[in-house]
Design a protein around this ligand. Structure first.
Ligand code: GLA
Ligand code: ZN
Length: 674
């Protein structure tokens, strides 16, 4: 097995220059490319007219790939429909939330419910499977592209109503779950149910949640429909689609619940485009966010994932599209491997000549490879990746988990109350992740679908939407010796965003040994203090006023009407313990708090000392017990770090000193046998 190196390639754009395609494969080989992903967006050449198929160009790609020992990931073309299809079947086009049907244009502009769209997709997918489904070089199916978006057409409305009927059975149940007597919103007919829209209903939070759940389910249903069309000819090949991240903030993609979607893909793959070298944060802080999201996407299936797309240098859709500085491509790509990827794949292998993505980074650009720094750096990375094939399939061992939930994220976005501007769910997640990243402790970012057993420490930041089922899982985890940490804004609402009577889920208060009375918030310039021993830390945005039943106080508020009352507490529960952090603080308090916990719980770190917290050490453990250490310097200065003895540098084969020097933006990979 090899780590995959390669990416999205669009030979259909170069049919008038056949020699270009041949040259490309020669360049691929030189750059240690072993995989190409083809076929996404190629529908108009695959099926230029309804039911007339043209495979000659794609046959040639498979031939060239095979001649060069390159594997093919084959995309289905549903990410962009051809003009003729939209003209003949206008219902394939999406209807926006103002109930206007889009014109033909762009991509991803189609209705996932449309009967006509599903039928044309079925036909073209089946043809592809029939022709290539058994081809030796076919590595994987890549369904569509970055499934996303929603459609408000009549077919979708009726599917949504059906979904609601299945879920609730009666309108009474819906009205109760939605608290619909508020503002006289009671439904008296299923036909009254409509997707949330700015020209209609937006204020019923449970409706917003259910619509998002429906959009996820409908997208999954479309994925399964595409997959079913392949089965007859190709049922033994892996099937996946490429997930995304919220591109601006590098946080999990918001519009689909990937904890659900991941259950139907054979392998999680995603498209990773951090804005390296930006002017608002350090490389290390950005690397931390990249680490977090990879730790989440790996944990979705608890198996290695694939980076399906990344840019070898810059993208074209940031405000400023900066090239990666020399060395950054290696460092950034190695970080993806360090967090569990078995690939570094690119968008794109060759830049297009026209239209909107012509200035997007690519392996082969408009400047010939011989004088293209990006191509050279890709080739160097390819060489280093070839030394790391033993990594394939290896996992990370983590004793710490941080909890993330898409539905909770959606509910927090809807809250009208408390501090809206100070909500910052993702910043809080990163703040709780930071102490571990900085101390080189592996972390899994898990969701409600993961098993909790096996972790020593489970952190639950801002779990506002909190089901009874989740509580049961947590209770079991703590009773059998686990340590859990909850924060402010926890356990307030159920799955349809109805507030628990008593203000907070009773069983959660019991677990934490507290009674939660009040949620105080601060304007940005206002603060309180948190007093811990002799130290004082600043409190901002959120402070919960609570009483203790069985919990012990660890830290206290320094001022305001609850001065002297507990701000942080710990409760012994079964064989474990439950911490409650009532106030939002800065990194200083969290660093102290988690450093103590790491020590108390005897959680191991991948390094001992280091000259800067901008150095990150992550490990993966292969099935044969070999541990891979990725020592990564995200600072622009020379740094050093101490690791365990007897490690061997993979590139040189030499045993290294325990204290390892890393040049600016350097990454070293070391192995040990356990
Ligand atoms: C996405 C798409 C690609 C391409 C890139 C550009 O990830 O899947 O087709 O548009 O963005 O960064
Ligand atoms: Zn629709």
């Amino acid at each position: 097995m090899k780590l995959l190196h390669g990416g999205d390639y669009f030979p259909e754009q170069w049919q008038t220059q056949p020699e270009t395609i041949k040259e490309d494969f020669a360049y691929f080989k030189q750059a240690n490319i072993n995989t190409v992903t083809v076929g996404m967006f190629a529908w108009s050449i695959l099926e230029p007219e309804e039911d007339h198929f043209n495979f000659a160009w794609l046959d040639q790609v498979f031939d060239l790939a095979e001649e060069n020992g390159i594997k093919v990931i084959l995309g289905t073309p549903s990410g962009a429909r051809p003009n003729w299809l939209a003209s003949k079947y206008p219902d394939v086009l999406r209807v926006n939330s103002r109930l206007e049907r889009n014109l033909f244009g762009g991509r991803h502009n189609h209705c996932f419910t449309s009967v006509n769209y599903r039928e044309r997709v079925r036909i073209v997918n089946e043809k592809l499977a029939e022709r290539y489904g058994q081809r030796e070089s076919l590595l994987m199916w890549h369904l569509s592209n970055e499934y996303s978006g929603e459609c408000h057409c009549e077919q979708c409305q009726s599917a949504f109503r059906h979904w609601m009927q299945e879920k609730y059975g009666t309108l009474d149940a819906v009205n109760q779950a939605y608290w619909n007597t508020f503002w006289s919103h009671t439904y008296t007919d299923w036909q009254q149910i409509h997707s949330p829209t700015e020209v209609g209903e937006m204020a019923v939070h449970a409706l917003n949640l259910d619509w998002r759940r429906f959009v996820t389910d409908q997208t999954i249903d479309f994925y399964l429909h595409e997959k079913a069309a392949l089965q007859r000819y190709s049922d033994d090949v892996l099937v996946t689609t490429n997930f995304m991240a919220d591109t601006e903030h590098l946080i999990p993609f918001q519009a689909l619940d990937y904890s659900k979607f991941s259950q139907v893909v054979d392998v999680v793959t995603w498209d990773c485009y951090p804005a390296w070298h930006n002017d608002w944060e350090s490389e290390a802080n950005l690397a931390l966010k990249v680490g977090f999201i990879n730790d989440l996407y790996r944990s979705l299936k608890e198996q290695p994932f694939l980076i399906m797309e990344s840019s070898p240098s810059f993208v074209n859709w940031h405000d400023v599209n900066r090239p990666k500085r020399p060395g950054m491509h290696q460092l950034a790509s190695m970080q993806l491997l360090a967090h569990g990827s078995d690939s570094v794949l690119y968008f794109q292998m060759r830049a297009s000549k026209g239209s909107s993505e012509k200035f997007h980074g690519s392996v082969i650009g408009h400047v010939p490879p011989e004088r293209n720094r990006v191509y050279q750096e890709v080739a160097t990375l390819g060489q280093r990746m070839a030394e790391l094939d033993g990594l394939v399939g290896s996992m990370k061992q983590s004793e710490v988990a941080i909890y993330y939930d898409w539905e909770n994220d959606w509910a927090l976005q809807d809250i009208q109350g408390f501090s809206k501007t100070g909500m910052h769910y993702h910043r809080t997640l990163h703040d709780h992740y930071r102490p571990f990243w900085q101390q080189d402790v592996n972390v899994d970012v898990i969701t409600k679908n993961n098993a909790f057993e096996g972790y020593k420490l489970l952190i639950m930041p801002m779990v506002y939407l909190h089901s009874e089922d989740l509580l049961e899982k947590i209770q079991t985890f703590v009773k059998s010796g686990g340590t859990v940490v909850y924060t402010y804004l926890s356990g307030m609402a159920n799955e349809t965003d109805l507030v628990y009577e008593g203000g907070t889920l009773a069983g959660l208060q019991d677990l934490l040994g507290v009674i939660i009375n009040e949620t105080d918030v601060y304007y940005p310039s206002q603060t309180n203090q948190l007093l811990l021993g002799d130290a004082t830390y600043q409190v901002h945005d959120y402070a919960i006023v609570f009483e203790r039943t069985s919990a012990e106080a660890m830290a206290y508020y320094g001022s305001d009407f609850y001065q002297g009352e507990a701000a942080v507490s710990v409760n012994h529960y079964g064989d474990g313990q439950a911490y409650y952090i009532g106030a939002r603080t800065g990194d200083d308090f969290l660093a102290t708090f988690y450093t103590d916990l790491l020590e108390q719980l005897n959680i191991s770190s991948n390094s001992s000392t280091k000259t800067s917290q901008d150095v990150s050490v992550q490990t993966r453990e292969a099935i044969d017990g070999t541990v891979y250490y990725f020592a990564m310097n995200f600072s622009n200065q020379l740094q050093s770090v101490e690791l365990s003895p007897n490690l061997v540098d993979v590139s040189t084969g030499q045993e290294v000193e325990t204290s390892l020097d890393l040049q600016a933006f350097e990454v070293k990979v070391l192995i040990s046998k356990t």
